[in-house]
Each structure stands twice: as C-alpha cells, then as structure tokens.
Ligand binder design. Structure first.
Ligand code: CP
Length: 348
C-alpha cells in the first residue's frame, strides 16, 4: 500500500481571518461583505445561488440556544451546496472530556470553517487560538458580529429616500448587551450616530466607549449614552433587544423594574421617533417586556426583514471567509482518482 505524501487537511492557510467582532474589519472589508450579501440575495431571489461552498462543511458549535443563527447558517450552507454540522455540548466533548484546544484542532482537520455560539468570549478566543480554519463568532456574550452584517444591510435596504448610512441616528433601547455593544462599534465605524437609551445602571461600560471614541475620531460618528427617552425624537432607527439574557434570570425582576415601562418600545414611542423611523429587533422578542406586539407588527417594523437577512449574511460569511481556500480539482484530476479507485474496487 502506498500512502499519500501529504495529508489532505486544512493546515497552514495564509491570509486566514476569524470573525470575532466587526470592529476588527476595515470599512472596505465590511463594504465588501455587504456587497457580497447583495449579490447573493439577488441570486437567492432568482433561485440561482452559486455553489460556492460545494464539498465544504461548517462546524456549528452551540453552547446556547438559537433559532436564527442556527437555521440561517445551516440553510446558507445548503443553498451554497455545502454541509452544516450542528454540535451542541450534548453532541461533542467541548470543554468537558476534551479541551477546547483539541476540539478546535480536530474540527479544523475535517471542516472548512467553525461557527461558535459560546457562553463567554474566552471560549471563542480559545477556539481562534488553535483553529487552522476561520472561526466565526455566532454570539459570545461580548459581540454578535453576524447580527451586525444583517443589521447594517437591513438599514441600507430601508434607508429613508436621499439619506446615507452616515446620516442615520440609531437608538438602542435598554441594556448594554452584546448587540448594543456591537451596534455602538459598528455604527461608529460606519460614521453613523448612535445612542444607547437606558437606565444609568445598565449603560455601556467605559472600556467600550474608548473603542467607540477611536472610531468616532476616524469617521466623524457620534454617540450618546443617556437615560432620556425623549431622545428617540432624534433617531431614525429604534432598536430593541431582551432586557435580560438566559444567564441573568436571577436578575430578571430587578431588570424589568428598571426598564419597564419607560424603555419599552411601544407604538407611542415609535410615533415620537424621527419621521420615517424604523423599528429593528434582533429577536427573539418578548412582546410583554421590551417591545409591544402592536409596535412589532407596525408598518415601520423591519424585524422580519432583518431576521431574513441573517440568511443573506451567513451566505456571504461562508463564502467570504473560505473562497481563498477553494481547491477545486480539474476534470483531469477527478478522472484520475476515479479511475484509480474504480480499478481497486473492480479487483476486490
Ligand atoms: N438574533 C439572534 O441571534 O437570534 P437567535 O438567538 O435565535 O440565533
């Protein structure tokens, strides 16, 4: 038996990038991803998505639950003719019987990209340290970059006539969540104006404001952190998120008392926003807490378009982060291996 001279693995990829926060990317790189989203959305509309992930796999690690992130990545891989593996802690040994380092190294040998939703940023960072394929952060309680791509794209789709992204003021209602933090950094990177409107105790930490300051100095963006709900009158986008995460259930009553009713997105609050303002929500939404059903179903709500754009974003991400490593065989190479294997099988 003659063994191949080198292993068919995903090692030593030059120019490989991970996606942990959108803030790691230049404006040009972000624009390229958005342009790719636009092309892929158009192709999906015509039921003609090119098979740009053919023979590739995405390992999807989910330490926490998900509807949109899971379904969008899995469907994106299918549309692009690749494969997605759903890996919950019940299915793999991550961090239990097997170290995160070893998990990252083994998945890198078999899959082309790793998407991870983890319960903390340390796990995601540990995956990036040892992975030899791109790691995509599918939410780690610090950042939610894949949500950001869908959000900026949705804002562009629903931009008031004659306006540009840099003309928009985005208000995030409530807690300084991972989505709030990601929006602060992404909006300021895009030269937009951002406000977090929420009670003082739950406002954005200084550490992230310093990063936003740097973005603002480069792009001319502004931000404001305030507890004054009347500031929605200056905002073109009113953005909602849960008032507590699944790891904060013991704080639920205290949080609800702090946020409700002032920071709930209602029809009346939307009427006080800038003319033509849209309602966005990363979902899942609790229509008894941070947003009313009436507001969520209002004509100015784009929450479902935003959710659908998660699929558009994930298609672009799978392609953007792997296209340089395509190694499609020629017809000649395919025929060579097929003949060799057929010859072996015919002699069994
Ligand atoms: N917005 C979002 O990430 O939704 P899921 O938790 O359902 O993935």
């Amino acid at each position: 038996m003659k063994l191949p001279s080198s292993s068919a693995t995903n090692l030593n990829k030059k120019d490989m990038r991970h996606m942990i926060t959108m803030n790691d990317f230049t404006r040009k790189e972000m624009d390229d991803m958005l342009e790719l989203m636009s092309l892929l959305k158009e192709a999906r509309r015509d039921n003609a998505v090119p098979h740009l992930f053919k023979n590739k796999s995405v390992a999807m690690i989910f330490e926490a639950g998900s509807t949109r992130t899971r379904v969008s990545f899995e469907t994106a891989a299918t549309l692009l003719d690749g494969h997605a593996l759903f890996l919950s802690p019940r299915d793999i040994h991550l961090g239990g019987k097997e170290s995160i380092d070893d998990t990252a190294r083994v998945l890198s040998r078999m899959c082309d990209i790793i998407m991870a939703r983890t319960n903390d940023g340390d796990t995601t960072e540990a995956l990036t340290k040892m992975s030899t394929v791109p790691v995509i952060n599918g939410l780690d309680c610090v950042y939610h970059p894949t949500q950001m791509l869908a959000d900026i794209f949705t804002m562009m789709e629903h931009m008031p006539e004659g306006k540009e992204l840099s003309d928009l003021t985005v208000a995030f209602m409530g807690d300084a969540t991972d989505v709030c933090r990601s929006l602060l950094l992404t909006c300021t990177k895009y030269g937009m104006n951002f406000k977090q409107i929420g009670p003082k105790k739950y406002q954005m930490q200084e550490k992230w404001l310093k990063v936003a300051d740097k973005n603002c100095a480069e792009t001319g963006a502004t931000y404001e952190i305030t507890d004054d709900v009347s500031k929605v009158s200056e905002c073109d986008v009113i953005y909602g998120d849960s008032f507590y995460w699944t790891t904060q259930l013991e704080e639920k009553e205290e949080r609800l008392a702090a946020f409700m009713p002032d920071y709930v997105i209602t029809k009346a609050l939307m009427e006080n926003a800038a003319p033509g303002a849209i309602l966005m929500h990363c979902l899942p939404a609790n229509d008894k807490e941070e947003v009313t059903r009436e507001a969520l179903e209002g004509t100015n709500s784009v929450a479902l378009d935003q959710a659908e754009n998660r699929l558009t974003a994930q298609m672009a991400i799978l392609v953007y982060f792997t296209h340089k490593f395509n190694n499609s065989p020629s017809e000649e190479t395919l025929a060579h291996h097929k003949n060799k294997i057929d010859g072996f099988l015919n002699n069994l």
